[in-house]
Each structure stands twice: as structure tokens, then as C-alpha cells.
Design a protein around this ligand. Structure first.
Ligand code: ADP
Length: 278
């Protein structure tokens, strides 16, 4: 039963990650596609115009008055406008494809396939790649403030730790009604590191706070929330021999703080990890 639970957590993490990535990629692909549609309409209109122009040019040039008019037509405002539009649509589309490439690159850093084991890593680097993955989802609702302390490298399973940070960031963004801030604050006392994600969102009543780590507890509409993010996060932090807790005040905001040992004691967590890998 223990192994099965870990397996379902793993599937839930993959599902959440896939949903996040799909969302991130969907947006740029959406406007690239629409830009390309508009561009192809412009292109066929321009081709028609050129065709008509070529057909008529010889004939029109014979007449000085028509010839002058033809020169006017060449400077036609519509064509000039279309040209500018074409350029900006192309620029925007290229930015979009760059964004998709960035996301895919971050995802590579983020999931690091084949490197699921324990590593000693720079936690800030992991947070930065995770921020890249969720950047779009977060940027419309919050300014992200990084208050990075002086941290030693930490022994962890990087993809899992990134998963927790992602869950906290997405939740924080979804808890902010209009626009607010999400602060990521890190610190260390020499034995442990602390990573806090602080939002100025809606906050929670004490009864809600008490349930957030329960599997399938969600206050989000069907299709939006699985209620698994925080329970998965909790067990990931538990497997790191750390702790995660929440403080919240309705109308003010919420702080999730995780504390992790800088180094693991070998025997304990290798056990936990091998059952997770089953
Ligand atoms: P989900 O996000 O799919 O609902 P989670 O386990 O991540 O599942 O979160 C469970 C619930 O905890 C959320 O539905 C929400 O009610 C609450 N919650 C989590 N993070 C926050 C936050 N930063 N601010 C307010 N409520 C939160």
C-alpha cells in the first residue's frame, strides 16, 4: 500500500507538470498560429495585388495621368500598413517560438531525466528554472520578489524539490485575486535551509489551513484543482527529512515554509527513495 501511494503521487506530479507545461506552451503557440493565419491572408492579398498590378502596368504606363496615379497606388497606405503589421506579427511570432524553446529548455533543467537521484545542488538555481517554467502563469497576477540568502549547496532530489516549489508558486498565483506579490525568501542556519513562498493572496481561514496537506482537499472548481499538489509536496519534503508548514491570514496572504537538512543521513532516505522508485 505504501508503494502504491508513492506511485500515485508520482503520477500526480507528472500530471501536474504536464498540465503546467501544456498551459505555458499553449499560449505562445496560440498567438503564433493566429499570426500565421493573418499573415497568410495578407500574403494572398498582396500576391493578388501584385498580379493585378503587373497585368495593368504596361497599359497604364502609356497614359501619363494613369502613370502618376499608379505611383500613388504604390505608396498606398494599406500596403504600408500591411507591411508594418506583417513585420510586427512576424516579430511577435518569433518571440513566441523563442519562448517555447525557453520553456522546453527550462523543462530539461527542471526534470533532468535520468538524474532522479540525490544530488548536492544550488537550490537557487532550481528555483530559477522553476520560475522560468511558471513565469507566464505568474506574471499576470504577481510580481515575484527574490530574497535569496546565503545558502550552502543542499542534498536533495532536484526534480522533486522543483516540483514542490512549482506547486507553491502556482498555488500562490492562483490565490491572488488581482495583482500582488510572491516573495521567495531563503535562509540557512548551518544545518538546515529554509525556503519560504510568501503571497499577498486571499489567505485562508484556520479550518482550511488545517486541511491543505490532505490528499484531494481542494477549494478550486472541478478541472482546476486536484487537491494533490500540497499532499505530494508534503510527502516529498518528508522524504527529504524536512518539514513544510503554512501560516495564513484571510485577506492578507499565505506563507509556506519548508525546512530541509543540508545533508542527509545516508541509510534513512535511500530506503525511502528506493520504494518511491518502484
Ligand atoms: P489544488 O491546488 O489542486 O487545489 P493543493 O493541494 O495544491 O491542491 O491545494 C489545496 C488547497 O489549499 C487549495 O485548493 C487552496 O484552497 C489551498 N491553498 C493552497 N495554497 C494556497 C495559498 N497560497 N493561498 C490560499 N490558499 C491556498
Amino acid at each position: 500500500a505504501h508503494v502504491q501511494l508513492l506511485q500515485s503521487e508520482k503520477l500526480a506530479s507528472i500530471g501536474q507538470l504536464a498540465a503546467g507545461v501544456a498551459h505555458e506552451i499553449n499560449n505562445p503557440i496560440g498567438f503564433i498560429n493566429s499570426n500565421l493565419g493573418t499573415l497568410s491572408e495578407y500574403a494572398s492579398a498582396l500576391l493578388k495585388l501584385i498580379e493585378t498590378y503587373e497585368m495593368g502596368e504596361a497599359q497604364l504606363r502609356a497614359d501619363p495621368e494613369f502613370s502618376a496615379r499608379l505611383d500613388d497606388v504604390k505608396k498606398d497606405a494599406d500596403i504600408a500598413f500591411a507591411r508594418e503589421d506583417i513585420l510586427s506579427l512576424l516579430d511577435e511570432s518569433m518571440e513566441g517560438t523563442q519562448r517555447v524553446r525557453d520553456i522546453v529548455q527550462s523543462l530539461r533543467d527542471f526534470s533532468r531525466p535520468g538524474e532522479m537521484g540525490w544530488e548536492i545542488v544550488d537550490v537557487h538555481q532550481g528555483i530559477n528554472s522553476t520560475l522560468n517554467v511558471v513565469r507566464n502563469e505568474v506574471k499576470h497576477t504577481a510580481e515575484v520578489i527574490l530574497e535569496y540568502g546565503d545558502l550552502p549547496s543542499v542534498e536533495c532530489v532536484p526534480s522533486q524539490l522543483n516540483q514542490v516549489v512549482m506547486n507553491l508558486l502556482v498555488n500562490a498565483a492562483q490565490a491572488i485575486p488581482d495583482y500582488g506579490t510572491i516573495t521567495i525568501r531563503t535562509s540557512s542556519d548551518g544545518d538546515q535551509v529554509a525556503i519560504a513562498v510568501i503571497d499577498t493572496g486571499a489567505g485562508m481561514a484556520a479550518e482550511t489551513c488545517a486541511k491543505v496537506f490532505d490528499p484531494f482537499f481542494t477549494t478550486k472548481p472541478v478541472g482546476k484543482g486536484t487537491g494533490l499538489g500540497l499532499s505530494v509536496s508534503y510527502s516529498i519534503i518528508e522524504r527529504h527529512n524536512g518539514r513544510i508548514d503554512v501560516q495564513s491570514e484571510p485577506g492578507v496572504g499565505t506563507t509556506f515554509t519548508m525546512r530541509l537538512p543540508i545533508r542527509q543521513t545516508p541509510a534513512v532516505e535511500l530506503d525511502g527513495l528506493s520504494s518511491g522508485a518502484c
